[in-house]
Design a protein around this ligand. Structure first.
Ligand code: B12
Ligand code: SF4
Length: 481
């Protein structure tokens, strides 16, 4: 059987303002996971349209498309094209799960929820000549997964080829998050076994890893055992976590000993009232300053995530957020405009209050305002969002942030990382268009492993507190930004 798997690019990818760097970070792990269920006689390819062209001159038997909200339009276009040509088309992923009836108009079979149970079930039905039009996931487990078909990934096209997920979902229930809707009808947070996770890590070449798990620290027992097993592997890694997890005694220390060097932290808002509104309970009453200090003392760089436009935000939120982040010495920041994804509680609330402006999914990309904000106009919200990026990544801000670091190495690493990410975009564009993103990985590894970057001088010698515990040795050569 000839199987073609496609991760379509968001419509914006054809615009001259497109930032290729963001889309050349991670390979399509979901599709590579599904490819693992195919048989040895199947002929399979994966095309990630963010980094490669989709050749539509071929004639596959089965076309498998992963649909995100912002790529839905393109996904449907490709689906219609292949169906018209007689291929059997499967659509799955987050957007299909949120709006199955919309997706069903463009597919022979649609898939709601994670694929680990429904995809093999479909393959058996398909081979038996009896595929169903709709499959809905109910059994949630990561036990006995077939090996991910990483051999189908063109590693050289990605800055971070070693992305990995060892869990699915998250134990929290934030109103704006995709996860409650996606995992409806079954478990919404589950992990691999520690042994299976370590074996997957072991299979990855090179040194750098990026854990794409929504909340790698969500199950502390699992996380501690995983970090224990990773000690001495010589890995350098990045991941996402919550403020609560960072403050939890012992967990961060173990992560750092296992090679954690940069963490994507969901601060989300500097307005405490927003946290209750969005049911972000895990952030309430947490000392964000203490979170930053703890990470810094352990040499972990921070990518702070902030959402603008919640109901308690007014037009002052942008300056206050940027000022806070710069003053705290946060290396990189990701700003989002609050976006009500279909299926979420936030969407239902906004729809009930008739605050949604339109359903043009292309614009549900966290860069456009798609609802009526409460504390400012839509225009103020969008302008404030862009200004926040501009102000955070000014040279003046980068240097101010760098100055908060106690050592000169720390200052240099801060400036190199922040500037490298935002100030050299034309250079990144060249590298990516020359299909050499993978060759920049050693640069990222160098910045992440910068020795002694944020450690404070030894206590007693100069009266300052000592920094982190032991660091994993950089032994064996061996994966969100
Ligand atoms: C990595 C990542 C990215 C990467 C790369 C994506 C990639 N290469 O796949 C980058 C940085 C490019 C990115 C960009 C964006 N992202 Co993003 N991203 C993620 C992240 C963190 C991990 C994705 C992942 O690899 N998961 C692990 C794999 C194993 O799971 P999976 O891909 O979901 O696949 C499984 C199932 O979905 C299902 N499945 C998927 N497709 C199919 C098809 C069939 C036929 C079947 C049977 C099953 C199936 O089976 C798979 C195995 O279980 C997710 C959060 C998350 N935890 O999913 C957000 C997430 C997907 N991103 C999101 C968003 C909003 C964006 C952006 C719009 C953000 C922005 N402002 O730019 C852009 C646009 C993306 C686009 N192209 O349209 C949202 C999506 C919301 C939605 N309703 O669609 C998420 C959920 C984050 C969030 N919490 O809001 N993203
Ligand atoms: S903590 Fe993050 S991943 Fe978990 S529910 Fe909240 S927004 Fe979603």
């Amino acid at each position: 059987m000839r199987v073609k798997m496609i991760l379509p690019a968001l419509t914006e990818a054809t615009s001259p303002l497109f930032r290729p760097i963001k889309y050349s970070l991670f390979p399509p792990l979901g599709l590579a996971t599904l490819a693992g269920y195919l048989g040895p006689d199947d002929e399979v390819s994966i095309t990630d349209e963010h980094v490669d062209k989709v050749d539509t001159a071929d004639e596959p038997d089965l076309v498998v498309i992963q649909v995100y909200i912002t790529s839905a339009r393109r996904a449907y276009e490709l689906a219609d094209l292949y169906r018209a040509r007689g291929a059997y088309v499967c659509l799955g992923g987050l957007h299909v799960t949120s709006l199955p009836d919309e997706a069903a108009q463009h597919a022979d079979s649609i898939f709601c929820g994670p694929g680990e149970d429904i995809w093999p079930a479909f393959l058996a039905d398909f081979r038996a000549g009896q595929p169903a039009p709709r499959y809905t996931s109910k059994t949630r487990t990561l036990v006995d997964l077939p090996p991910i078909r990483r051999d189908l990934i063109k590693r050289h096209l990605y800055l971070v080829p070693n992305s990995i997920v060892v869990s699915r979902g998250c134990p929290h229930v934030c109103d704006f998050c995709y996860k409650e809707a996606f995992f409806e009808g079954g478990k919404s947070f589950y992990t691999q076994s520690v042994d299976a996770a370590l074996a997957e890590i072991d299979r990855l070449p090179g040194r750098h890893l990026y854990f794409l798990d929504d909340h790698l620290f969500g199950n502390a027992r699992f996380a501690k055992a995983l970090f224990e097993g990773m000690r001495g592997m010589g890995r350098l890694w990045q991941a996402a976590g919550t403020v609560k997890a960072v403050l939890q005694p012992g967990l961060l220390e173990q992560a750092v000993a296992a090679g954690l060097r940069s963490l994507f932290v969901g601060f989300e808002t500097v307005n405490a009232a927003n946290l209750t509104e969005q049911r972000k309970w895990q952030n309430i009453d947490r000392d964000y300053g203490a979170v930053v200090r703890r990470l810094r003392d352990h040499g972990v760089m921070i990518n702070g995530s902030f959402v603008f436009g919640m109901d308690s935000d007014d037009a002052s939120v942008f300056d206050r957020t940027v000022e806070w982040a710069v003053r705290q010495g946060i290396e990189t920041a990701t700003f989002h405009i609050l976006t009500p994804y279909p299926g979420t509680r936030l969407y239902q609330r906004m729809a009930a209050a008739k605050r949604l402006l339109h359903s043009d999914w292309d614009l549900y990309d966290t860069r456009h305002v798609v609802f009526e904000p409460a504390g400012m106009s839509a225009r103020e919200l969008e302008t404030g969002y862009w200004n926040a990026y501009r102000d955070f990544y000014r040279w003046g801000s980068i240097l101010r942030g760098a100055k908060t670091k106690p050592t000169s190495r720390g200052k240099l690493r801060h400036a190199a990382y922040a500037a490298g990410w935002k100030k050299f975009e034309p250079l990144w564009d060249l590298v990516i268009r020359a299909k050499r993103a993978g060759q920049a990985l050693p640069l990222l590894e160098t910045v992440l492993s910068w020795p002694g970057a944020d450690r404070l001088p030894v206590a007693g010698r100069d009266g300052l507190r000592r920094g982190a515990g032991p660091v994993a040795p950089a032994g064996r050569p061996h994966a969100r930004v």
